[in-house]
Design a protein around this ligand. Sequence first.
Ligand SMILES: Cc1cc2nc3c(=O)[nH]c(=O)nc-3n(C[C@H](O)[C@H](O)[C@H](O)COP(=O)(O)OP(=O)(O)OC[C@H]3O[C@@H](n4cnc5c(N)ncnc54)[C@H](O)[C@@H]3O)c2cc1C
Length: 392
Amino acid sequence: MKHCDVTVVGGGPVGSVTALSLAEAGLHVRLFEKRPVLGSQERATTFHPPTLELLEPLGLTEPLVRAGLVCDEYQYRDAELGRVAVLSYDVLDGLTPYPFRLQVEQSVLTGLARDRLAAHPRIDLHLGVEVDAVAQEADRVEVTAGGETHTSRWLVGADGSHSLVRERCGVDFTGRTYPERYLVVSTSLPLHDIFGDLSMVNYVAGSPDWHVLLRNPAGWRMLFPLRPDHEISDADRPGEALRHMRSLCPSATAQDIQHVTVYEVHRKVAGTFRTGRVALVGDAAHVNNPLGGMGMNSGLHDGLLLVDPLVRVVGGSADVDVLDEWAARRREVALNFVGKETDDNWSRVRESSPEQRAEVRRAWRELEADADARRAYLRRASMLDSLEVVSG
Ligand SMILES: Cc1cc2nc3c(=O)[nH]c(=O)nc-3n(C[C@H](O)[C@H](O)[C@H](O)COP(=O)(O)OP(=O)(O)OC[C@H]3O[C@@H](n4cnc5c(N)ncnc54)[C@H](O)[C@@H]3O)c2cc1C
């Protein structure tokens, strides 16, 4: 492809879907992904209603829903007391065509996008090619990758939390790091049979033993906090995972572990989401606590909501002001919606004093009983409100 309107750096869920959407809208797009295949990473498993709405015009929602588990309620539990409250999504009927939380691995979305990208006439796909330099001129952006220089009119940085694009553009990335790291275990244990009363998504409060139990098509995922001073080597991870699993299911064995990872958790936002001819989206622009499943979702919103203003700017029917509006709104959502909601989820689940935990339980039971309050809460938890902020 000689002519290129937009270079996208990074083929995670956000870069892949943004590239596809830009190409479907008529632009010529070049996508660089340093890994040899798209969709090899497993982190996000939750898709919220507005994301499913935004993916619909690309034809991705229907196959995604078919591959996933429709979760029309979720549960708040206490590590000692068991089930506290179940929040049903029925109160979102009429507000969205998808009144549920879809549980499916992010690799399913990236896989669906990959098949479309590979066959697309306006996509130039470079897999296994790392971008190592970015430079801007008045009328173009240049990237160096695989020893060659490639030119386009615009660039989208979707290269994750350690973004080279962000760093090379001199954009700061500030915020905080959470005190605990998270141990995430994928397991073949049939937790639904073992506990008998779980929903597909369960936040379990406790101090210090809070945890999250999530069901996916491939099995269950368990998330536990690790104390900040608790160093574990890669070799110790399975043993650590087993110790945590046995605190819930004493009969668990090493064979029940499918995969273990340990994550540092940050709440950080880029100083700007647009600098000159470069836009930042997804984890390159913001990272947050995974409790609530909003990181990838809001990254997909960044990318998909960028398409219309960028197409108009490239086509000459709009001024770059529309990109500044996009950048300011998305940054506002990252700072004051996603960052806040996920932080609140974290505070609630790890509340330490018995009085505060009793207060949190009371609040959840009220939400369960009061449909109006639950609707207001689930509009935020399912990110419907964040999209309204963006659409103005
Ligand atoms: C335990 C855990 C659970 C989570 N669960 C959820 C959830 O349920 N729902 C949710 O919404 N979010 C969740 N998240 C967050 C979510 O995983 C991320 O927000 C999401 O993966 C970000 O996607 P991205 O495409 O922006 O970045 P990434 O997924 O990091 O992709 C960036 C891509 O860029 C490539 N790349 C990097 N540098 C270069 C370069 N120089 N040249 C070429 N390619 C490059 C990388 O190889 C990578 O493929 C979770 C996170 C964690 C840690």
